[in-house]
Design a protein around this ligand. Structure first.
Ligand SMILES: Nc1ncnc2c1ncn2[C@@H]1O[C@H](COP(=O)(O)OP(=O)(O)OP(=O)(O)O)[C@@H](O)[C@H]1O
Ligand SMILES: CCCC(=O)O
Length: 355
């Protein structure tokens, strides 16, 4: 029996959608939403009906209708910390994502839109949301009792590329140890022990600086900046997520542009090399977390397309473990395959315990 799955992954100004027939992608589109239209919804969560209508119109244009699908696979949003895997979306989860999630992140919209389209007729699943948390106890401590480290990462792509490399090695992902660096607009570097993500830098406030984010900062100077009276809370937040990293130093979030400038400009060269250095340092730390027993270091995400950049990282870490380069992101595929494993009975969908 063939399963047809509709996949939904919202981004800030577009929603990526796809249709899978079993493992095969038969349609994929980035449905663009105009900035003027999105601006009518100051609260991101109010965009869900608008985006749903845009998505359904795009689907109809290529001849698909809601009734054609066996399930919908949606990007998981900022739920309370939870184990990796595929979860059945229910009313309580939708209510949480719409009204209670601590972060109004665009990924929260996916399951809400999908649930609205499914109307209870077909199941909706999410797989490996941003808030997957499998950290070991010693990874949680920050050094200040009131602040616990948070596991917020590119978990979906990280786990998807681990599965790909495990398949290539003809081994079971659950018996392998990997260090995975997702190198996108933000960066997550994770230690995977026997299939579980036992530590990862919070891609919003820790780890290396990235094209758009600062990652970890010297805390004393940050406190001084906070109390300088020069910035509002929102301005400071934008400095570390959105306008940090490459953007802050070079005015661009595009590694291709930064690399081009680095050919002629020593300052740009230093910045790119420093980003590679910080990434390598984080990878080294995660190798220590795995006690040096590492089956592979995987470099993935948009920046892994650049051989020049991955070579800079490899130069530091090549002695630690074999290196696998898996450029780009595989989120749509990972969502479809997560739902497919459940439809085929290879995995049972987890029920969300709620909050
Ligand atoms: N072919 C390429 N060569 C070099 N850099 C690239 C290439 N393609 C994309 N990038 C860089 O990758 C970065 C964006 O990565 P990606 O597309 O994974 O990010 P995103 O999806 O916007 O964010 P995130 O991965 O954090 O969700 C940018 O700095 C971009 O310039
Ligand atoms: C917080 C990590 C995930 C993302 O940045 O999209």
């Amino acid at each position: 029996m063939m399963y047809r799955i509709f996949v939904i992954n919202p981004g800030s100004t577009s929603t990526k959608v796809a249709v899978y027939e079993d493992e095969e992608c038969v349609y994929a589109e980035k449905v663009e939403h105009s900035v003027q239209d999105l601006e009518k919804f100051p609260d991101i969560m109010d965009q869900y009906l608008f985006r749903k209508d845009n998505i359904l119109s795009a689907l109809k244009k290529v001849g698909f209708h809601e009734e054609d699908f066996d399930a919908i696979a949606a990007r998981g949003g900022i739920l309370p910390p939870l184990e990796s895997g595929t979860y059945l979306v229910d009313e309580r989860m939708v209510d949480y994502l719409l009204h209670k999630s601590p972060v109004k992140h665009v990924s929260n919209l996916a399951a809400v839109i999908a649930f609205e389209i499914a109307k209870g007729r077909i199941p909706v699943y999410i797989t490996d949301p941003v808030s997957v948390d499998e950290m070991i106890p010693e990874a949680r401590l920050s050094g200040i009792p009131e602040i616990e480290r948070k596991s917020l990462s590119h978990a979906l792509n990280i786990r998807a590329v681990c599965r790909k490399v495990a398949k290539m090695l003809e081994k079971d992902f659950n018996q392998l140890n990997f260090v995975v660096a997702h190198l996108g607009g933000g960066i997550s570097v994770a230690a995977i022990r026997n299939g579980r993500m036992i530590d990862v830098n919070n891609a919003n406030d820790e780890g290396p600086f990235s094209p758009e984010r600062t990652g970890e900062l010297p805390v004393g100077d940050v406190v001084r900046m906070c109390f300088s009276g020069k910035y509002t809370k929102d301005e400071l937040k934008k400095r570390y997520v959105g306008k940090g990293g490459l953007v802050a130093y070079l005015g661009t979030n595009d590694l291709r542009e930064a690399l081009k400038r680095a050919e002629k400009d020593d300052y740009a060269k230093l910045i790119v090399e420093a980003m590679a250095y910080q990434i390598a340092k984080e990878i080294g730390g995660m190798c220590a977390v795995l006690c040096g027993k590492v089956d592979g270091i995987i470099l993935t995400g948009g920046m892994a397309h650049s051989e020049k950049f991955t070579e800079m990282i490899k130069a530091y870490v090549y002695k630690f473990a074999p290196i696998f380069i898996v450029p780009g992101e595989f989120e749509l595929e990972a969502l479809a395959l997560g739902a497919l494993r459940v439809l085929r009975g290879e995995e049972t969908a987890k029920r969300w315990g709620g909050s």
